[in-house]
Design a protein. Structure first.
Length: 369
């Protein structure tokens, strides 16, 4: 269920939250099927990210939900009602896209007010709601500026205010931050999280940026080739990936060969518990996805037995941590293994080290796949 972080800004009008669902939704373009019967259900007030690589179907799913695309089969439910045949302008959904799409000849206030004017809201209410919406995105005092007088981040916040001012039942955001620089993107995603939580508005956020998805979401739907591979909390995706694709796509993983035994995976004498067994057969070789932070690196001269010996290839300083790449001999030849560790523990290229795996459950993939 949705979490409730500290909120910021002025309320545009808190909502009760609206449930959203896609039920067995498929979408064809001619003879090509891009969505394969996907199922997705959001609790009222929940923020869910659709995450996946380019071409996986996440934007198509969002457009089906918005009514910008007609579903080939299945149902789109908003507040329990099938809206599959309802046009986009009658679904009462706010939308924000990567392109800000502000009217260049209108001021900020007029841009935000536009949807209210189309709904014939009385002028006094329009003025009040525009002011509230701009305050909620920290743009109070910018009412008389034009788009060309704003930064990219400010323009995107105007677009967000324009979507929120109509008090929609749900908010859909399609890659809204990808055109912004890194620092602005982080600040704005935190602001979006706080605003939608404050309003209790059900939100679907499309992104290909895994860090963004994990940071902002209550739950994440990881998509691949028109299907949802896993729908889970950020923690669940990262620590308990259901498929090799999720293990590989979300975060960084090392692909290492070993022997799968019932409930355990053995890498060079080190036994690890198993989180998922996708295609792995007990008693046969398999591939494990091991996170860099679940591997300890020690000088080869350190006392103690066990561990996989290797040679340092490189070690990069990342501020709060260091990532060291070690070349080891695997069953099929030399393999590079990334290890994430404390920043002060520097290792020089060519140094001999030992790698010890923490007993953290790993996702497996059968070698026949």
């Amino acid at each position: 269920m949705p979490h409730n972080p500290a909120t910021a800004g002025t309320k545009v009008g808190a909502l009760d939250g609206t449930g959203i669902a896609l039920r067995s939704v498929s979408k064809d373009y001619g003879t090509s099927r891009v969505l394969h019967g996907i199922d997705l259900e959001l609790a009222p007030g929940e923020l869910v990210c659709l995450l996946g690589p380019s071409g996986c179907g996440k934007t198509t799913a969002l457009r089906c939900l918005a009514g910008l695309e007609e579903v080939t089969s299945g149902q789109v439910l908003i507040d329990g009602k099938d809206v599959s045949g309802v046009p986009v302008n009658r679904r009462d959904i706010g939308m924000v896209f990567q392109a800000y799409s502000l009217f260049p000849h209108m001021t900020v206030a007029k841009n935000v007010e536009f949807g209210l004017s189309m709904r014939k809201i009385p002028r006094a209410q329009r003025v009040m709601r525009v002011a509230e919406a701009l305050e909620s995105v920290d743009l109070g005092g910018y009412e008389d500026r034009y788009a060309h007088q704003l930064s990219g981040g400010q323009q995107q916040r105007v677009a967000l205010a324009r979507a929120l001012v109509t008090r929609p039942r749900a908010l859909l955001l399609d890659e809204p931050l990808s055109a912004l620089d890194a620092k602005v993107r982080i600040r704005l995603r935190e602001q979006i999280r706080a605003i939608v939580t404050d309003l209790g508005i059900t939100t679907v956020f499309v992104t290909h940026d895994q860090e963004e998805a994990l940071a902002i979401s209550d739950r994440v739907a990881v998509m691949n080739a028109g299907r949802i591979e896993q729908f889970d909390t950020p923690e669940g995706l990262y620590h308990r990936p259901a498929t090799p694709f999720v293990a590989d796509f979300v975060g960084i993983s090392n692909r290492l060969n070993g022997l799968f035994e019932e409930g355990f995976f053995t890498i060079h004498g080190q036994r690890l518990p198993v989180a998922s067994e996708h295609g792995a057969v007990p008693g046969q070789q398999a591939i494990a996805y091991v996170r860099p932070e679940h591997i300890r690196i020690l000088p080869a001269s350190d006392p103690g037995e066990g561990g996989l010996e290797g040679t340092v290839v490189s070690s990069g300083f990342l501020g709060s941590m260091r990532r060291t790449v070690v070349l080891v001999q695997d069953h099929d030849g030399p393999v590079s293994v990334a290890v994430q560790h404390e920043a002060h523990g520097a290792y020089a290229p060519g140094q001999c080290v030992r790698l010890v795996f923490d007993p953290v459950p790993v996702a497996l993939e059968g070698t026949s796949h």
